[in-house]
Design a binder for this molecule. Structure first.
Ligand SMILES: [Zn+2]
Length: 340
């Protein structure tokens, strides 16, 4: 069976690979999770290319990577924004951090789509190549911009007629949600909305008088609680000679992305559903019986957790005073990397 051309980062033009990665990672920088434009996004090696052979050997064991792990394979590649690729952010971090483990896992999940997209590129004709030329055009040049503005709308129109679902675009915004009223703690939420999501956002504003910050408040608080409960259970399930008891986890950082916002109306009730993903690093004090004696041993547990969630809220139009009523926040997928 032919396995096809090997897909990997090379010394030449990596535009096709960059586009495949950008699409697979949903046009977000893998480091800060913020939206990044295709033309400014760069390809980053999660484990840096200049890692020494000895260090790589250790990382392979530490991260459970295959013996033939290739630094230039999509399994080690991700789109990154220019500020994050600078020395101040990613450059300042060390790559023994378990954060990398979670990123490598995400890259492994996206790998199949990236490889298929690169292999399929230009297979059946020249259109893909021409489109790539259009996508990578430098709109900073006056004449290029003029041509683009004149002809690109036709492409959008043709696309809409071929498949209207594909002709939409995502808009991005960041919403600060108050998660602790007493402490005044806020949590930033990255929101990417399609047309349906934008319609729901304006409906919430006009009919319910609620902005996204207030709609997300109860669900995000519920999500934080649920993450804490699950992480505690994860810590207590760590392999150990004696049972582990975990204290309340403290969040180090948390990234929440809302990726879908939709509504349904049944008679006088508007039901809103929110869907998204999260990634969180947290630590907790752990206690277990000291294997050497009969006293208790205190340890620090750290974990990176990630997963998906859905939440709901409803609004009863017949009861104007009731306001927006929060429903449940349910975690779907859940992964936890923990250690102590
Ligand atoms: Zn970034």
């Amino acid at each position: 069976m032919r396995s096809g051309r090997r897909v990997r980062y090379g010394s030449g033009d990596n535009a096709v690979l960059r586009m495949a990665l950008w699409r697979a990672w949903k046009s977000k920088c893998y480091w800060c999770k913020g939206p990044v434009e295709f033309n400014t996004c760069q390809i980053d090696h999660i484990i840096p290319q200049d890692v020494s052979d000895d260090r790589l050997k250790i990382l392979k064991v530490e991260f459970g990577l295959p013996e033939d792990f290739d630094l230039n394979d999509p399994q080690n590649l991700a789109p990154i924004c220019v500020p994050c690729n600078g020395a101040g952010r990613k450059g300042g971090a060390t790559y023994s951090e378990p954060v990398y483990m979670s990123q490598l896992k995400q890259a492994a999940r996206h790998r199949r789509a990236v490889v298929a997209s690169v292999r399929g590129f230009g297979r059946s004709g020249k259109v893909a190549g021409h489109l790539l030329e259009v996508i990578t055009a430098d709109l900073g040049q006056g004449n290029v911009r003029e041509e683009f503005l004149e002809f690109a709308p036709t492409i959008v129109q043709i696309l809409a007629m071929a498949d209207s679902d594909l002709a939409g675009y995502l808009s991005f915004e960041r919403v600060e949600v108050e998660v602790d009223r007493q402490l005044g703690t806020e949590q930033g939420v990255n929101v990417s909305l399609d047309e349906r999501g934008r319609m729901t956002e304006s409906l919430l504003k006009e009919v319910c008088g609620a902005d996204l910050a207030s709609v997300f408040q109860a669900p995000i608080r519920e999500l934080l609680r649920e993450i804490g409960t699950r992480a505690t259970a994860g810590f207590e399930a760590l392999e150990s000679d004696s049972p582990i008891c975990a204290g309340e986890p403290v969040r180090d950082w948390l990234v929440v992305d809302v990726e879908s916002l939709d509504y349904q109306r049944e008679r006088d009730v508007i039901e809103v559903t929110i869907g998204g993903v999260f990634e969180c690093s947290l630590s907790a004090g752990l206690t277990r019986s000291d294997p050497r004696g009969d006293g208790l041993e205190d340890l620090q547990g750290d974990a990176v957790v990630s997963g998906t969630f859905t939440a709901s809220a409803s609004w009863d139009l017949a009861d104007a005073l009731s306001g927006l009523e929060a429903g449940d926040c349910v975690i779907g997928e859940w992964t936890q990397e923990s250690w102590c």
